[in-house]
Design a protein around this ligand. Structure first.
Ligand code: C5P
Length: 246
């Protein structure tokens, strides 16, 4: 039997972008009572591996979003999903949709199998469509002649067909994807900034409320929280702005 998915306090995943395990666990502890979850990516994982991810999780007891963007042959990605799901037990994790249908299907089967075997919640599997660092010209250089929005939609549809639970997308793509892919498909959006925070290097942004109204299921927010004088206060303020009744 697969254990039921964990309920989240709120939809905000704090991006902990550091290779430093001490800084990451300190940040995790600071936002433990205010955030919905934590996101760890390649920078952290390359430095600290699954044991480091476990330490961060323990420091906060928050669900983890493991953003490792797997992209390889189906057998290898299935093995990586199995290993990560068994050791880190993330709430959700990413793979590149460009890896194709067989790769995504193999990842889904691996996630389901490991959840049954170990009686842990099956991690949500999310596709990454077109990196937001890509523009039309970058796409053309990789042999894709259509527009960015068309490619995002095509890959998101393929992700859904292949059994994935959702995709990571720009908040500006959320409305189109929510309309095209239905109410149950998860949309995870970085590029989110409260009105009171700096945009930093993010160019196409929405506020948390706008992103949720556009259809986002979960939000990834880094520097407005991690760079704030009091990260817990910043995370709590965002959660309150999203749900003033709470
Ligand atoms: O600090 P900030 O809120 O900009 O952090 C956003 C997080 O989301 C970072 O971890 C960044 O790598 C990630 N991300 C992003 N844009 C994407 C995909 C991921 O900003 N398209």
């Amino acid at each position: 039997m697969t254990a039921p998915a964990q309920a989240l306090r709120n939809p905000v995943f704090v991006a902990v972008d550091t290779p430093d395990i001490g800084k990451a666990t300190a940040m995790a502890a600071q936002v433990a009572d205010a955030a919905g979850g934590l996101k760890l990516g390649l920078e952290f994982f390359s430095a600290n591996g699954p044991k480091g991810a476990q330490q961060v999780q323990k420091a906060s007891d928050l669900p983890l979003f493991l953003d490792l963007k797997f992209h390889d042959i189906p057998n290898t990605v299935a093995g990586a999903v199995r290993a990560a799901a068994a050791q880190v037990k993330p709430f959700m994790m990413t793979l590149m949709c460009a890896g194709g249908r067989a790769m995504m299907e193999a990842a889904c089967k691996a996630a389901t199998d490991v959840a049954h075997e170990l009686i842990v919640p099956r991690p949500l599997l999310l596709g990454v469509t077109v990196l937001t660092s890509f523009d039309q010209n970058d796409l053309l250089e990789t042999g894709v002649s259509g527009g960015v929005a068309d490619q995002v939609r095509r890959l998101a549809e393929l992700a859904k067909l292949s059994g994935l639970d959702g995709v990571v997308c720009s908040p500006l793509e959320a409305e189109m994807l929510r309309r095209d892919l239905g109410p149950d498909f998860k949309l995870i959006t970085p590029g989110v900034r409260p009105t009171w925070a700096d945009a930093n290097d993010q160019k196409r942004i929405m506020t948390p409320q706008e992103a949720v109204a556009a259809g986002a299921s979960y939000l990834v927010i880094g520097r407005p929280i991690t760079g704030a004088q009091d990260p817990a206060v910043a995370a709590a303020r965002i959660a309150l702005e999203l749900n003033p009744a709470a």
